[in-house]
Design a protein around this ligand. Structure first.
Ligand code: HEM
Length: 439
């Protein structure tokens, strides 16, 4: 038995050990005392060691209160215990900051959706990190900006015929401007506190490389946004086509935002939620549920990506009936494009068909998962997360069907888009609650 292990046993008798983040710093502070305790007890007499460590144990209990959780099994290694301790409040601060970052990404997704739905996304015809930050201010500047917009396909093929006025242009410009500025704000909300926390030494060793990944993802997100807009500013294959951004790029932009959101949220929950107290007796069942919760998370993510293709191709307008597509379960033009694989990403009928079927399968999978969870002795918080997931799956499907039946009105489509993030959040929460299950 390693020295650390013996010390742990001394402090927390039997098979129970305190593993929460709150306790670790205190454990480390008390190590010198524990070592002397250990020496006095002369290693062989383990029971007297336990006796001597008892006062320390009650100190830990009184400091941490009842909030920390007890987990079965001693899993903490000597190396883990010897890493420098971070006070609990620093981890809470980091947790809330990450919640804030995920909230900002959520806001960016909603704003991006509304920008697309109001057909405002192609109003700013270039991209400069700093110059973009000031909108036109004088009448001359607005006129010049409008003249520049008039050179691009969206005006030439659509808005010219709609007799767009300068004030119409100002509306779509401000929508896109707000989305771009929000994107910059996400960067600032992440980077400034990150620099502060790093300087203060509050960031754990494990979190440091993740912060680097988040930074890269935020930058990549901005790049993808511009790359997507660029595709809508080019001439379309046929001059009669309505100018729109590439559905591939839209799906990448949305997918990368969803990924960033998920990473922030998962990490935040890790910092804020204390581990669950779980029964030791249903080990296999919990491991299985944990695996399934990841499956549910992935299914929701893939369904959302398929939704981005529907949005990118305006495929929500091709068949506006449910459950059948027109009067058929399988529409006749499902594979009308050649080669066949193109239908999956480019044929609006197939894209809508896939999204419907993926969404319905996701709802069924969530129902099955919920049923399995119902039979397991889950702690109350994990059960609440499961119930929320199930409820939201039905809300989201209802929103999707209503969006379809009502020919994609902006408010419903935007709510459906936000709903997908809420559903994903519940899936992440469930997976997080099950994370603490013993393997
Ligand atoms: C698990 C359930 C579902 C999820 C996670 C989901 C997710 C999404 C996402 C992320 C979008 C893209 C929104 C955008 O970028 O603006 C979308 C679009 C869409 N979804 Fe769903 N969806 C689900 C269920 C459904 C169902 C059941 C239907 C209808 C049968 C449906 C119909 C649509 C339509 C018509 C659009 C296009 C809206 C637009 O053009 O903005 N969805 N969905």
């Amino acid at each position: 038995m390693s020295t650390m292990c013996a010390l742990h046993r001394a402090l927390f008798t039997g098979r129970t050990v305190i593993r929460s983040r709150t306790c670790r710093p205190m454990m480390n502070n008390m190590l010198p005392q524990l070592f002397s305790c250990f020496k006095t007890a002369n290693q062989r007499n383990f029971h007297s060691l336990i006796r001597m460590a008892a006062p320390l144990r009650s100190t830990v209990k009184s400091i941490t209160g009842q909030s920390r959780q007890l987990l079965p099994g001693i899993r903490k290694s000597a190396t883990q215990a010897s890493t420098p301790a971070l006070p609990a409040y620093t981890q809470k601060a980091i947790g809330w900051w990450l919640v804030g970052c995920s909230g900002m990404v959520f806001g960016a997704v909603v704003l991006g959706g509304v920008t697309r739905l109001t057909e405002s996304g192609l109003s700013m015809v270039d991209w400069k990190l700093f110059k973009d930050m000031k909108p036109p201010r004088s009448q001359e500047e607005w006129v010049a900006e409008f003249e520049r917009y008039k050179q691009f396909p969206e005006y030439i093929y659509v808005n010219k015929h709609n007799e767009m006025t300068l004030s119409d242009f100002k509306f779509i410009f401000y929508m896109e401007y707000a989305h771009r500025m929000w994107g910059r704000l996400v960067g600032i909300t992440f980077l400034l506190p990150a620099a502060y926390f790093l300087k203060k030494g509050w960031v754990s060793k494990a979190l440091k490389p993740r912060l680097a990944i988040y930074t890269a993802l935020i930058g990549f997100q901005g790049f993808l946004g511009w790359y997507m807009v660029k595709s809508g500013l080019q001439e379309q294959a046929k001059s009669t086509d309505v100018p729109r951004v590439s559905q591939y790029r839209l799906a990448s932009h949305l997918g990368s935002a969803f990924l960033l959101y998920s990473l922030f949220l998962y990490q935040a929950l890790g910092h804020l939620l204390s581990p669950n107290k779980l029964p030791d007796t249903h080990l296999k069942q919990f491991v299985k549920l944990r695996g399934l919760s990841h499956g549910v998370m992935a299914t929701v993510f893939i369904t959302a990506l398929s939704g981005a293709f529907v949005a990118g191709l305006d495929a929500g307008l091709v068949y506006n009936t449910w459950p059948k597509m027109a009067d058929r379960w399988i529409p006749s033009d499902l594979f009308s494009y050649s080669p066949t694989w193109k239908n999956i990403f480019e044929n609006p009928t197939t894209v809508q068909f896939n999204h419907r079927n993926l969404a319905e399968s996701t709802v069924i999978a969530i129902c099955g998962f919920w049923w399995m969870c119902r039979k397991a002795p889950l702690p109350p918080r994990a059960r609440l997360a499961c119930n929320c997931l199930l409820g939201m799956a039905f809300v989201q499907a209802t929103l999707g069907i209503s969006t379809l039946l009502m020919y994609v009105p902006t408010h419903l489509a935007a709510t459906h888009q936000s709903g997908s993030l809420v559903l994903l959040s519940f899936a992440i929460w469930v997976a997080h609650e099950l994370k603490r299950m013993p393997k």
